[in-house]
Design a binder for this molecule. Structure first.
Ligand code: NAD
Ligand code: INS
Length: 339
């Protein structure tokens, strides 16, 4: 490790998330510094590097990973580029925090899983940041404590103001519903076995070619059901809510009970406008936990297995979308390596 034990991180992809992680590691996270940034857009990489002391800009992930001052990698390029970056990080035996999704399909996720096992030790934490959100953490602890009894159903709402250009039906599952796939597996501690996708008449605000909103039903191995309203052009705000219905009660998060104002004959509050605002604390905790574990020589948090399992569920979801029927999830048996 460089500079008196400080972790030198290479951030791959300097777009919306990558640039925010560069800011975070430089200004918020303790024990780490951004030693390198990589982007296929050379100008963007240079611009981001210019704002960080001692940071070098690259256009090739392999070149950054070979640098002496790089000890770890944060992947924030688009999902289809993750597999190549992960396999290169394995060649250099570097620890990785990989933004979700691990990869956008099960076959490539499985290749990552196999490559990590071949290394012989875990290297990957997947960026399922909701596991670090204080509200989700409290919900998980409540369920684990058993006071509410067995979870029967989970109702999830996932709303974005607007989808980015080029967003497709498949991305609605792979990029957005992948979060609910992970939190459902994590909260219930069960694998998801089947997916059904239903589509109401689309919102007139949905861009051409995107059926938005959609309604996804996940079935778990323990017989629970989770539904997900995914609505990525709702127009009014960024909302992520979850209610778990159990044998003896329910628990609900994400209502945004912050300051309430009363004025001109009305009362109310504000709605977050994007994930950077809603999940700021979760991202901060996630990256700090990764840096701390890496400096201790450990790998914690959502694993490549979690990334693969989510990819397998999403692949079934994309098939369920196009075939219009309930689709079973095809999952390999969990290797003891990920026990
Ligand atoms: N956890 C979350 O809440 C969250 C939120 C947004 C995005 N993400 C994830 O973060 C990742 C990036 O998303 P984004 O919104 O920042 O995308 P973006 O399009 O804003 O940025 C992606 C950047 O990667 C660069 N890039 C493309 N291919 C590359 C390659 N092969 N090597 C290096 N750089 C490459 C692009 O030029 C661009 O600068 C995705 O995996 C996305 O799913 C996660
Ligand atoms: O990539 C983003 C990100 O993962 C957000 O957390 C999610 O709300 C969006 O729907 C998705 O497009």
């Amino acid at each position: 490790m460089t500079q008196r034990g400080t972790l030198g991180v290479a951030v791959i992809g300097t777009g919306r998330m990558g640039a925010d992680h560069v800011r975070r590691i430089s200004q918020v996270t303790g024990g780490a510094r951004v030693a390198a940034v990589v982007d296929v857009d050379a100008e963007r990489a240079k611009r981001v590097a210019a704002g960080v002391e001692g940071c070098t800009a690259y256009t090739e992930p392999a070149a950054a990973m070979a640098a002496d001052d790089v000890d770890a990698v944060l992947i924030a390029s688009p999902g289809p580029a993750h597999e190549a970056a992960l396999l290169t990080a394995f060649e250099h035996d570097l620890p990785v925090l990989c933004e979700k999704p691990l990869t956008p399909d099960a076959a490539s996720a499985l290749r990552v899983l196999q490559a990590e096992q071949k290394l012989g030790h875990r290297r990957v934490q997947v960026g399922f940041m909701r596991r670090y959100d204080p509200e989700y953490v409290e919900l998980k602890a409540l369920l684990a404590g058993g006071r509410l009894g067995r979870p029967l159903m989970v109702h999830n709402r996932h709303r974005n103001v607007a989808s980015p250009p080029g967003f497709t039906d498949a991305m609605l599952i792979n990029d957005s519903v992948v979060h609910e796939t992970d939190v459902t597996r994590w909260l219930l501690d069960q694998e998801i076995t089947a997916v059904t996708v239903l589509r109401p008449a689309p919102s007139p605000n949905a861009p051409e070619g995107l059926a938005d909103p959609q309604f996804v039903v996940l079935e778990t191995e323990g017989g629970a059901l989770a539904d997900v309203e995914i609505f990525v052009n709702c127009g009014f705000g960024y909302q992520v809510q979850a209610e778990v219905v159990c044998e003896c009660g329910t628990a609900r998060i994400g209502d945004g009970h912050v300051m309430v104002t009363t004025m001109a004959g009305r009362w109310g509050g504000t709605v977050a406008q994007d994930f950077v605002e809603r999940f700021e604390e979760a991202y901060d905790r996630e990256v700090q936990a990764w840096v701390d574990a890496t400096r201790r020589g450990e790998v914690t948090g959502p694993s490549a297995w979690d990334g693969y399992a989510a990819a397998a569920v999403c692949e079934a979801g994309v098939r369920a979308q196009s075939e219009g029927r309930r689709t079973r999830v095809d999952l390999i048996e969990r290797p003891p390596f990920y026990a």
